[in-house]
Design a protein around this ligand. Structure first.
Ligand code: 5AD
Ligand code: SF4
Length: 449
């Protein structure tokens, strides 16, 4: 039995993308307003929530692993277990039926119902069998406009500018788990930026599944990001992700021209072969993508390009894969996220196409692309040696608290010895690059004036 009454302690684990990080902050705000407190220690929690991802099978498996761990904990004492986010939305009742330890299941558009469902589960558990709670309605309007997220400490604040996606790439589960696309009021986004600036955050990252389709009362994304970048106190603005099909020239102008908008564009390619692109419903061709890259590079050679790639989509042949390989070599990305195709329930591909590329071949294609990309990343990073980059200090380096870690404007990780450094997280500092690895630049801090 619970030995204490409220305030109950909640432990939240977040999986998946940055949008999920942001949603966890929304959930924390909703729970805090209802008197819940939070703990980093799962062993001490009354409620354990997992904010989940459904984008690939691997993401699901991670959550199943954690649920298995929680079974032991739940046998020892009363505990409410909740699954939130995309996996909850995608599997719905199935998850409650098959995972008996799940008490509460809430999808991305139903977080407002979460506090009530948790209270209901706790109160019923105190008396007898837990009353399970399910809230998985998708909404055409919910943007949590009035909720100010309970943000994690740090220098970066995530701000979702839109929710959902209407693109229906055939491999992607997001339109089914996050529903229809809807944009937030720009005034609310600017106010939220002013608020985070007053709290001391130095960087804002604007989030949306496809930021190019942001629309609100005559505002488009370029106008929005520029307004955000004008907020005093904010040093850097990042965004993710645009879609290559409708990348507006005004956004390129903003990235290339505005000193506070970071010179980094994440431009998901997915595949480099026209038949596969069409099968994926990406609505651009290889040549159109290359023309966009060319336009970006011509406008500013300083812009860092990164991408997402999928290997082994339905019916992808070796020759078609080689088209992807070639375009990746040709573009020369600074970094790439490379995935094996993972068939997802409900998607168009799951309904219409065969997942017929053997896993071994998918894995082999991933390895070849990863090797190619590592070579390019290393070459690009080595090319930075001798240059001075402006770095926004984030905190201690992962490997040593004797070193600082931060990021360049182009989003490359930079690490350097603290020595007698007087900088603090949130400061912008010049670092002269002396060495480089595939993922990291190493350097020396320049004396501040
Ligand atoms: N299988 C593999 N990768 C996927 N992605 C999205 N759906 C799938 C899937 N079913 C990748 C895409 C996307 C990134 C966020 O995840 O590359 O851009
Ligand atoms: Fe998924 Fe495509 Fe929407 Fe991205 S743009 S979230 S890949 S459907």
């Amino acid at each position: 039995m619970y030995e204490k009454r409220a305030p109950y302690q909640v432990h939240i684990e977040t999986f998946g993308c940055q949008m999920n990080e942001y949603d966890t902050e929304l959930v924390r705000a909703l729970l805090k307003a209802r008197g819940f407190t939070f703990t980093d220690d799962r062993e001490r929690a009354d409620v354990v929530l997992m904010n989940t991802c459904a984008i690939r099978e691997h993401a699901h498996n991670k959550v199943y692993g954690h649920l298995a761990d929680l079974k032991t904990l739940k046998r020892q004492r009363n505990l409410v277990v909740g699954v939130l986010g995309c996996m909850a939305q995608n599997l719905k009742q199935d998850l409650i039926d098959h995972e008996s330890i799940v008490d509460v299941l809430v999808g991305p558009d139903s977080y407002r119902r979460l506090p009530d469902l948790i209270v209901q589960a706790i109160e019923s558990q105190e008396k007898g069998p837990t009353r399970k709670g399910l809230a998985v309605d998708l909404s055409e309007y919910e943007t949590y406009e009035d909720i100010l997220p309970e943000r994690a400490e740090g220098i970066n604040a995530w701000i979702a500018v839109m929710r959902g996606c209407d693109n229906f790439c055939t491999f992607c589960v997001v339109p089914y788990t996050r529903g229809r696309e809807r944009s937030r009021d720009p005034q609310g986004i600017v106010r939220e930026t002013q608020h985070v600036a007053s709290q001391g955050y130095k960087q804002v990252t604007l989030l949306g599944q496809n930021v190019n389709s942001y629309r609100y009362d005559g505002w488009d994304f370029s106008r929005l990001i520029t307004a955000v970048a004008e907020v005093p106190g904010i040093e850097r603005v990042r965004f993710t992700s645009p879609h290559p099909k409708d990348f507006p020239p005004s956004l390129l102008d903003a990235v290339a021209g505005h000193p506070k908008i970071c010179k980094h564009i994440h431009l998901p390619l997915q595949a480099g072969n026209d038949r596969i692109l069409q099968l994926m419903n990406r609505t651009y061709t290889r040549n159109e993508y290359l023309a966009l890259v060319e336009k970006i590079r011509r406008r500013s050679s300083d812009i860092t390009l990164t991408t997402d790639l999928i290997c082994g989509f339905s019916t992808e042949s070796e020759e078609e894969f080689l088209d992807t390989y070639e375009i990746v070599r040709e573009v020369g990305y600074h970094a790439a996220f490379i995935f094996k195709y993972s068939e997802r329930k409900h998607t168009i591909a799951a309904r219409k196409y065969l997942d017929d590329v053997p896993d071994k071949i998918k894995a082999d294609r991933v390895t070849r692309l990863v090797d190619l990309q590592k070579g390019t990343s290393l070459k690009k990073n080595r090319g930075m040696v001798g240059r001075t980059v402006q770095v926004l200090v984030e905190g201690d380096a992962k490997k040593s608290s004797a070193q600082w870690m931060g990021r360049s404007d182009g989003n490359i990780t930079v690490v350097w010895e603290k020595g007698g450094s007087t900088v603090r997280p949130g400061d912008l500092v010049g670092v002269r690059i002396t060495d480089a690895s595939v993922t990291t630049l190493f350097g020396k801090e320049l004396a501040s004036r």
